[in-house]
Write a protein that binds this ligand. Structure first.
Ligand SMILES: Cc1cc2nc3c(=O)[nH]c(=O)nc-3n(C[C@H](O)[C@H](O)[C@H](O)COP(=O)(O)OP(=O)(O)OC[C@H]3O[C@@H](n4cnc5c(N)ncnc54)[C@H](O)[C@@H]3O)c2cc1C
Length: 387
């Protein structure tokens, strides 16, 4: 049987970072990915600039394909446009993941693409990972397994409770020939008629290409996105759908426990996503970075019990737990507002207020503005302050 110190399952943003930092500690590390190349999962590919800083890479046109200078948010009636600040990029996410995977390889991690993990068992202080490489079975013994294998995580399903875990459907078209007003701005459309408890996005990639998608609670994603496209002929009149993809997004907040003896979960597998926006690239990269380092050091020390591995949960939660749970509260509140109320809210708030709510920063200014409104006061006070 093959052996290693740290086995990372999944080469998404969490996995490529975890493999890198684990290998850097000197731990014998293997990254297992079922696909032949990273980045097959659909994504709108939008990030803020600081994401690349946390990933410790410089923006390279190879993967940072369109510079973004803010976003425009439309209320349900689309009468008011709220300009939201913030700089970032639209990525070619597979290209970024390739760069990060290659960095992990150069640091000493083995990259095993085309290997599907099917079962994990804990045995005498190790984990044994069984799976297939093509049709060939393989077994691998590791001191620590890090589950970076997304919403359907094998490790999560077998060994973790994930009681609060909740996913919504996201559906996306890669389109060409779109006529967005300003290709340096993201466009976001809210409203329950358009996207129940979610939103529609247009993330421009440059040269009239864009990721156009919808995230929502419930069913009907394709039908609602098609309707949205039909209702915006100025943007989509000449546009062409190049590819259709869908995937779940976890929006129920972080799971309570994501570390146990010999095991850790990172990224979507652990619910580490900002619930109101569905953004998970940043959180996943940071989680993987911390988890890999803790797992690598623990494996080299020969102490891989949950107490030692908890250092990862502690460090990640210090950075992100508050933001994720504040954003979850904001999502739960916004779900309960009607479209008419959302029109008033977008009228009242400016972009900074909205971004603070969405990202889970303390939205004190937004709350103080909203509670002055006669209709919204009670509802906001009850939902935002009381939750
Ligand atoms: C439509 C859509 C749009 C999105 N847009 C954005 C956005 O614009 N910005 C943003 O920040 N976030 C966005 N997200 C969220 C973001 O994509 C995820 O939060 C992020 O990719 C999670 O990273 P991860 O590493 O945890 O998991 P994933 O990216 O899901 O990667 C998991 C990896 O594990 C592999 N794998 C799974 N099972 C196995 C197995 N059994 N054996 C081996 N390998 C396995 C998969 O092939 C995959 O490569 C979007 C999500 C969706 C669905």
């Amino acid at each position: 049987m093959e052996t290693c110190d740290v086995a990372v399952i999944g080469a998404g943003p969490a996995g490529v970072m975890a493999a890198w930092t684990a290998a850097r500690t000197g731990a014998n590390t293997i990254l297992l990915e079922k696909e032949a190349h990273p980045g097959r999962k659909p994504c709108a590919e939008g990030i803020l600039t600081e994401v690349l800083e946390d990933a410790e890479v410089s923006a390279d046109p190879k993967f940072a394909i369109n510079r973004i200078k803010g976003a425009v948010l439309y209320g349900p009636d689309e009468k008011k446009r709220v300009n939201v600040g913030g700089e970032g990029y639209i990525l070619d996410k597979p290209a970024l993941l390739n760069v990060l995977a290659e960095r992990a390889r150069v640091s000493g991690s083995a990259l095993e693409f085309g290997r599907t993990v099917e079962a994990v068992t804990r045995e005498n202080g190790h984990v044994v990972i069984n799976g297939k490489r093509g049709s060939e079975p393989f077994s691998l013994k590791a001191r620590v397994a890090i589950g970076c294998d997304g919403t359907g995580s094998i490790l999560a399903r077998q060994y973790f409770q994930r009681r609060k875990y909740q996913v919504i459907a996201a559906f996306q078209y890669d389109m060409t020939g779109c006529r967005v007003e300003d290709e340096s701005k993201l466009e976001i459309f809210i409203g329950h008629k358009k996207a129940p408890a979610g939103y529609v996005w247009i993330f421009p990639k440059g040269d009239r290409a864009a990721n156009v998608g919808i995230g929502l609670k419930g069913s009907g994603a394709k039908m609602l996105l098609d309707k949205f496209i039909e209702e915006h002929p100025a943007v989509f009149g000449d546009a062409k759908i190049e590819r259709t993809q869908s995937a779940p997004v976890p929006v129920g907040g972080e799971v309570d426990e994501y570390v146990s003896d010999n095991m850790m979960l990172c990224g979507d597998a652990a619910g580490q996503v900002i619930p109101l926006t569905g953004a998970g690239i940043h959180t996943s990269l940071v989680a993987g970075k911390i988890a890999g380092e803790v797992a690598g050091k623990a494996a080299v020390e020969g102490n891989v019990g949950s107490k030692r591995l908890q250092a990862y949960q502690k460090r990640f939660d210090e950075l992100w737990a508050g933001k994720i749970s504040n954003s979850l509260k904001a999502l739960e509140s916004f779900e309960r507002f009607s479209d008419e109320e959302l029109n008033v809210i977008t009228d009242y708030l400016d972009g900074q207020d909205l971004i603070e709510m969405a990202h889970g920063f303390s939205p004190s200014r937004a709350i103080s503005l909203l509670v002055k409104h006669p209709i919204l006061a009670m509802k906001v006070a009850h939902q935002l302050l009381g939750s």
